[in-house]
Ligand binder design. Structure first.
Ligand code: CIR
Length: 258
């Protein structure tokens, strides 16, 4: 059974964190519509969607991926790297625990955002970024001690998965840019058989793979053309208002297999 955990867009969403001031302000109503279409797609693709109500105290709470890392029957409840997001993880931990997952909460000084974590088979690549520190990587590795955990320096953008994501078995889509190339080099070094799908648009690299379906950001036709080579069923979604807050597609859900 495949379960997706999502969290609503709070009315305070326009106060979410942003790497850059967007050209036009966030339209919260439109963000809610875009999120609604994302949730509707998930409802089609998974067995069950659990929606945690938005918490207006946390403008970024819809980016639920950052609050937990799940593999098998274990979940690490993170300490998000941005101070304004610390606290979002509590409700997520309660829900994951109620699904029967063994949860371990990170403790200070660790910080880690789930957007920095890419799991491929028994390898876990973790971006060492402005949000994820060495202690966070160590605590994650302690819980997932039967996985090979590798740190990947992230020197551009917000998270590791801002510039790459899984688009097939042992196939990672990467934005064609110097930081993407550096990250791919680290991955290739650890998993020589890994395949890479190089995308021309930096913002198109965060895709969500669910079985044979690949959700990608609409509005990047050149990258969509390349993604067709994965052989997956492509579903393009317009997430323009969430992109203004540096959100993509993986960040809006946690998918659990039970
Ligand atoms: C933040 O800066 O934390 C949010 N505005 C965006 C988080 C996006 N998370 C993700 O891609 N995993």
């Amino acid at each position: 059974m495949r379960i997706a955990l999502v969290r609503g867009i709070p009315d305070s969403f326009s106060e979410s964190l942003k790497l850059e001031v967007p050209k036009t302000p966030i339209h919260v109503g439109r963000a809610k519509e875009q999120h609604g279409r994302y949730v509707a797609e998930l409802m089609r693709l998974v067995d069950r969607v659990i929606e945690i109500p938005a918490d207006p105290r946390f403008p970024d709470c819809c980016f639920v991926e950052d609050t937990a890392v799940v593999a098998g029957d274990r979940a690490v409840i993170t300490r998000p790297g941005a101070p304004s997001r610390n606290g979002e993880q509590e409700q997520v931990g309660v829900v994951l625990g109620s699904l029967g997952l063994a949860t371990t909460a990170m403790t200070p000084p660790a910080t880690l955002d789930g957007g920095d974590v890419l799991r491929v088979g028994n390898h876990v690549f973790v971006g060492r970024s402005s949000r994820t520190n060495e202690a966070g990587i160590e605590q994650l590795a302690r819980v997932f001690c039967d996985y090979q955990v590798h740190a990947v320096p992230v020197d551009y953008g917000l998270h590791l998965k801002s510039m790459l994501s899984l688009v097939g078995e042992w196939n990672v889509a990467v934005a064609r840019c110097p930081a993407g190339e550096r990250a791919a080099h680290v991955i290739k070094d650890k998993v020589p058989d890994m395949r890479f799908t190089w995308l021309p648009d930096l913002h198109a690299a965060n895709c969500l793979l669910i079985g044979e379906n690949l959700i990608h950001l609409a509005g990047y036709p050149a990258s969509r053309g390349v993604l067709e080579g994965t052989g997956k069923t492509l579903l393009g979604l317009d997430m323009g208002e969430l992109e203004k807050a540096d959100g993509g597609l993986t960040c809006l859900s946690i998918v659990v297999e039970r």
